[in-house]
Design a protein. Structure first.
Length: 394
């Protein structure tokens, strides 16, 4: 199958999934934690000049391939306006990472992330993955040449690390020199460089020309009004891993990003590490709560939404059963969300609760591992989330 045919097939599957979506499951938000995001969305809907509602979606391998986030991005941008592709990392943060609304080529980078190859200083960028390289390392970020979305950009925003003895980055826009970035500085801190371009099709190349640098990603945005939806999924991610980002560094990064909504969708991996026993679940709730508290402290103005784990199954005595820790984990996530000032969307109950993944697999919406949704299943999950977001904003 060609790339174009595969993309078309996924789009058609997503459309079909939307046609037979499940009934609405409302967001649990008794204290109005979603109000900031709904306000941002209202400004976009009113077409206020420059209004952009920014969503950051953290997750594990279910998220990293961009199937859930792509569908959410496409639906929200089709409804509220194309704010741009959003965040694109400098390289592959984990093997399964994809982004269907922007293009990137890269070479020469060494990846360090919160799940596999750690950094002693915890400065991974807000996406949880950093890229280090010397002369010759480079990445090119381009708009899409097919499809309806991702074909235009008006601003590239480069995220990098200022550090002693930092190297030099050369910039090119559409093949022409566009300045340099000196990453050397007396104090270690996050650095940002914006490159404005006429709204349209463009490519930005960032290349190391001297020394050693650490970079994180590039934001691709338009002038608005519109919405962006960042895919921050990492394979094997967990609450314990994600809270490994250094607190002051995360605050610098998220303050600059200006997030309006942070979505956290984790738990698939932890279901293999914790037991359903009360003590184990209390430990999990504490770890999950620490992650949420860190995100809330780093982005105090943003709305926070916990998206519960979806169902997953394990083969036991010849039968597929829901992983025993999952149901109590969902309750632990709900309690952690309430304690740390986050809203909650119960995707586990929405999809049918314990054992529902077996049904989803039989109807062709889940992978054979009964952990990851396939294209149609991911589209349905995204539709359930987006329907809940739109309903809550009314």
């Amino acid at each position: 199958m060609t790339t174009r045919s595969a993309a078309l097939a996924l789009t058609l599957c997503a459309s079909a999934a939307h046609a037979d979506k499940l009934p609405l499951k409302a967001i649990e938000d008794p204290t109005g934690q979603m109000s900031h995001f709904y306000g941002a969305l209202a400004r976009v809907k009113a077409k206020q000049p420059g209004a952009i509602a920014r969503v950051l979606h953290y997750g594990d391998s279910i998220t990293s391939n961009d199937s859930v986030t792509r569908r959410a991005r496409e639906r929200l941008q089709a409804t509220f306006g194309d704010g741009g592709a959003g965040f694109m990392p400098f390289g592959m943060p984990s093997p399964s990472f994809r982004h269907f609304t922007a293009r990137r080529t890269q070479k020469g980078w060494k990846v360090r992330n919160v799940t596999f190859v750690h950094l002693a200083d915890g400065r991974y960028g807000f996406g949880g993955a950093a890229f280090e390289g010397g002369p010759g390392a480079q990445s090119t970020f381009s708009t899409m040449n097919k499809g309806e979305l991702g074909k235009q950009v008006a601003r590239f925003d480069i995220y990098y690390l200022i550090q002693p003895k930092g190297g030099t980055l050369a910039l090119e826009v559409d093949g022409k020199p566009a300045g340099t970035i000196e990453t050397a500085g007396d104090k270690i801190a996050s650095g940002f460089k914006s490159v404005d371009v006429p709204d349209g099709e463009h490519a930005l190349t960032v290349r190391v020309t001297a020394g050693k640098v650490r970079v994180f990603g590039v934001i691709m945005e338009r002038r608005g009004p519109g919405i962006t939806y960042d895919n921050l999924g990492l394979a094997s991610n967990s609450a314990k891993s994600l809270k490994g980002i250094r607190a002051d560094h995360l605050r610098e990064q998220l303050d600059h990003r200006g997030a309006d909504l942070i979505v956290v969708y984790l738990g698939t991996n932890e279901a293999d590490w914790y037991s359903p026993a009360a003590k184990s679940m209390a430990e999990y709730q504490e770890v999950y709560g620490e992650l949420l508290a860190g995100l809330r402290a780093a982005a105090p103005r943003a709305s926070c939404l916990v998206m519960s784990s979806t169902d997953a199954a394990v083969l036991t005595d010849g039968k597929w059963i829901s992983k025993p820790p999952l149901a109590p984990m969902v309750e632990a996530q709900r309690k952690a969300a309430a304690a740390k000032g986050c809203a909650f969307w119960d995707s586990f109950t929405w999809m049918g609760g314990k054992g529902s993944v077996v049904k989803w697999r039989r109807q062709g919406d889940w992978e054979p591992d009964l952990i990851h949704p396939n294209a149609t299943g991911a589209a349905k999950v995204a539709d359930g989330l987006v329907d809940a977001l739109i309903a809550g904003a009314k």
